[in-house]
Design a protein around this ligand. Structure first.
Ligand code: IPE
Ligand code: IPE
Ligand code: MG
Ligand code: MG
Ligand code: MG
Length: 300
């Protein structure tokens, strides 16, 4: 792939869009089969939170990384489904009045607006364990299942997403520098992208170096993705995004620190590094490389 230039228009191949849309369909069918039937209020809320749209980018990373190592499709799809449950939990809680207080998500009322706050808290609470239940029951060796469960728990827990949300919500020392913001983004967003990209190598029983390379790629993609999310928070509109804008107005973000042009230049540079990491794989990583372009292109 030619080096990314900030000014060049971003062209994403039809093949990328086709793969993302067929993965979206497959992972949503998988989730539909795994989630309990919508007979209770809780189960209706679970289904709406998980199945109600979304770009499925984390699922795509699981799937595409698994494709590098010939992982059986059902195992890859169920792992992708587990990651989407964790992601949906994080969004349901992120939107709560005590957190970002967002009334819309994916173009619809957020979970607490549709079902009430207590159901939204419990929906998030149910989705984490449900993800681990999926992983514990994969048709894979006990070693692989345990490694996935351990890695996902680390990505979600007090050394991962939850720690990032604490910082983001001003419950810890406030970020003051570029380095603080990098750490915040790594925790709240990067680690789940990192896990998603690494998952294929875990499923394929690959050596630590390959796992690390894919995790680093995922972390970098998460960084690009969250920088662009911050940019869109200040520059897009709620109809386009399907969620409120201006949520970060009071916070230090890469948008307030760098301004839009330098933010985009940084995101392009980080994206280029992520693409370079993938050069070490002999298998075809072109769709994973295009996922970087997809994240950048959201800013256009
Ligand atoms: C939203 O993630 C949360 C962030 C990390 C910015 P996505 O933008 O991937 O959410 P969906 O799944 O596509 O709705
Ligand atoms: C979300 O960051 C990170 C999560 C762990 C959910 P944001 O709060 O910026 O995500 P959006 O903008 O609400 O999707
Ligand atoms: Mg938030
Ligand atoms: Mg939010
Ligand atoms: Mg945001």
């Amino acid at each position: 792939m030619a080096p990314l230039r900030q000014s060049q228009p971003i062209l994403i191949s039809d093949r990328f869009h086709e793969h993302l849309s067929s993965l979206t369909k497959a992972v949503e069918e998988t989730l539909d089969g795994l989630l309990p039937p919508p007979k209770t209020r809780l189960n209706k809320a679970l289904r709406e939170s998980v199945l109600g749209g979304g770009k499925r980018l984390r699922a795509f990373l699981v799937w595409e990384s698994a494709c590098l190592f010939d992982v059986p499709p059902l195992v890859a799809l169920e792992t992708a489904a587990a990651v989407e449950c964790v992601h949906a939990y994080s969004l349901v809680h992120d939107d709560l009045p005590c957190m970002d207080n967002a009334d819309t998500r994916r173009g619809k009322p957020s979970c607490h607006k549709a079902f009430g706050e207590s159901t939204a808290v419990l929906t998030g609470d149910a989705l984490g364990p449900f993800a681990f239940q999926i992983l514990a029951n994969l048709k894979a060796s006990a070693d692989i299942r345990l490694t996935l469960i351990d890695s996902l728990a680390r990505a979600m827990g007090p050394e991962g997403l939850v720690a990032g949300q604490m910082i983001d919500l001003g419950q810890e020392t406030l970020p003051k520098s570029d380095a603080d913001l990098c750490q915040l983004q790594r925790l709240k967003t990067g680690v789940l992208f990192g896990f998603s990209a690494e998952a294929g190598a875990i499923l394929g029983n690959r050596p630590p170096q390959e796992r690390q390379t894919l995790r680093d790629y995922g972390l970098a993609l998460g960084h690009v993705f969250q920088m662009i999310d911050d940019l869109l928070d200040g520059a897009s509109d709620p109809n386009t995004l399907g969620k409120p804008c201006g949520q970060d107005r009071e916070k230090l973000t890469f948008l307030s620190l760098l301004g839009p042009d330098a933010l985009y230049a940084r995101a392009t540079a980080v994206g280029q590094e992520a693409i370079s990491l993938l050069e070490t794989f002999p298998a075809d990583t072109s769709l994973l490389k295009e996922a970087i372009l997809y994240a950048l292109q959201r800013a256009h």
